[in-house]
Ligand binder design. Structure first.
Ligand SMILES: [Zn+2]
Length: 491
């Protein structure tokens, strides 16, 4: 049962969204220089707001001249540092980390406005330190408007709102077991607009694949939104004839979608696959133009590709990380925030003619695990589901699950404070075994790897789930950096 919330708020939200939508359409018709000017105005507004209302930024930016300093002169922010100063970082003194933590510890409050007015979500703990993100009404209206306005214009691709208007149904397959960005946004809209709730349904990525297939088959959605690894498994079910539904479009997000995978999924379902790039820190960073590139929503987000020393990386070269400035959200300002994603700004203009800068994102992906059941049949597991089980049920924060055989997994993990290592291991093994049994994989051997979790030597990222080949001894792993990049907004 979805509670019906304040109709006045629903009305003002709709009005705010509509105003932002008109603006987003108008901005897309501007030339790049005019969009840059709009970006500069919004940056100046955000900086002034942060200096006035955030004690943390007042102190951190005190050495800079009054007015609008160059963005490159601002210090780079990390999740660890911002989370350590949470109460003085946020610009509304009513928001307190201890209270937000109790709020997000209660799954029954997913989608409920915090303090009656904010959306709150958490990121995964791949750094061992989950982030908590508070979004104000304006930011939420901007994310919704960008999602609606920047959809590929090809006739074959139905926009979210035209799909609903023509009686289409939505399905989101995601991690639903926590206050993650995807599910909170989804539930927020369902609570706010009861009519929309009738045509949208979310499905847990933790459900066994055969259950998920049966449920999707019964719901017959016209649009399915999920992670690329989930869409790949659903595509295999479609090819095998076990999934017969015919969606009009598929949305992919939360992980990197490779070109060959997009082609594979699109061919299996005979419909377009729309990619997106967002994070817990900013829900709509870039959009898919339909020509094979992502375009930065540069009117609302600034993304600086930098090397490992924070120096700018020229177009055409992959960056070590990207610094995000979110111009939409003022309650928890993000200025030059180290996002941890490797991006490449395209050197050539995109064929679509968009005035927004084109880019590619790489390396936001774990592996699909392929384990063999007692019956000799192979079963594939969605990495995000495996990670969610270890994190939510297993209680681990910083960990790696590594496939070391057809029926064998090993687990590296940091022992949580105040817990005996054997107890922590038992909890992880119990959570994983239960999940594997539900997938028809009982009796899989799970062993402890005493090594600490190790970051990928190329990307510097801590990948949480590694398949058989990726974990072969020929690929040496470097020790994880103390402040490893944030996990994708996978959830
Ligand atoms: Zn394009």
């Amino acid at each position: 049962m979805i509670p019906i919330t304040d109709p006045f708020r629903a009305f003002t939200d709709l009005w705010r969204w509509s105003a932002r939508l008109q603006e987003a359409w108008a901005t897309a018709r501007l030339d790049p220089a005019s969009i840059q000017r709009l970006q500069a105005q919004r940056l100046a507004g955000l900086l002034a707001h942060a200096r006035r209302h955030s004690g943390y930024y007042r102190e951190r930016l005190a050495h800079l001249p009054e007015g609008v300093p160059a963005l490159s002169s601002l210090p780079i922010q990390t999740k660890t540092e911002l989370m350590a100063h949470f109460d003085s970082w946020v610009t509304d003194p009513a928001i307190r980390l201890d209270e937000v933590r109790s709020f997000v510890a209660d799954p029954s409050r997913i989608g409920e406005p915090y303090l009656g007015r904010y959306a709150v979500w958490t990121s995964s703990g791949s750094t061992g330190r989950p982030g908590v993100y508070v979004q104000d009404d304006e930011a939420l209206a901007v994310y919704d408007a960008l999602l609606s306005a920047r959809f590929p214009s090809a006739d074959a691709v139905p926009s979210p709102f035209s799909t609903l208007a023509t009686g289409g149904r939505f399905a989101m397959v995601a991690a639903l077991e926590g206050h993650f960005a995807g599910v909170v946004s989804w539930e927020r809209l369902r609570r706010r607009y009861p009519l929309m709730a009738l045509s949208t349904r979310s499905f847990s990525v933790l459900a066994p694949l055969r259950t998920l297939v049966a449920e999707l088959e019964a719901w017959r959605p016209s649009v399915i939104a999920s992670y690329p690894t989930t869409l790949l498994l659903l595509a295999a079910e479609r090819r095998a004839g076990r999934l017969r539904l015919r969606p009009r479009a598929l949305w992919s997000g939360g992980e990197t979608l490779a070109d060959v995978e997009r082609a594979e999924i699109s061919e299996a379902f005979d419909c377009p696959v729309i990619d997106g790039y967002g994070a817990s820190e900013c829900m709509q960073i870039a959009f898919d133009c339909g020509c094979g590139a992502l375009h930065l929503n540069s009117d609302w987000a600034i993304l600086e590709p930098v090397d490992e020393h924070g120096r700018p990386v020229p177009p055409g070269q992959p960056s070590a990380t990207a610094l995000l400035t979110n111009l939409a959200n003022r309650v928890q300002p993000l200025l030059r925030y180290d996002l941890g994603d490797s991006i490449t700004q395209l050197a050539e203009p995109c064929a679509c003619g968009s005035p927004f800068p084109a880019l590619r994102v790489s390396g936001r992906r774990d592996d699909i695990l392929k384990l063999t059941g007692r019956d000799g049949r192979e079963r594939q597991l969605i990495p995000l589901a495996v990670a969610t089980v270890v994190e939510e049920d297993g209680g681990a924060r910083r960990f790696q699950v590594i496939q070391t055989g057809q029926r064998r997994l090993s687990v590296r993990f940091e022992t949580p404070e105040g817990v005996a290592r054997a107890t922590a291991l038992a909890r992880i093994v119990e959570a994983l075994s239960g999940y594997l049994a539900r997938e028809g994989l009982d009796g899989i051997e799970i062993v402890e790897d005493p090594d600490p979790p190790r970051a990928d030597p190329v990307s510097g990222k801590l990948r949480q789930v590694l398949g058989l080949r990726a974990s072969a001894p020929s690929a040496p792993l470097a020790p994880a950096a103390a402040d490893a990049p944030a996990a994708p907004a996978r959830r």
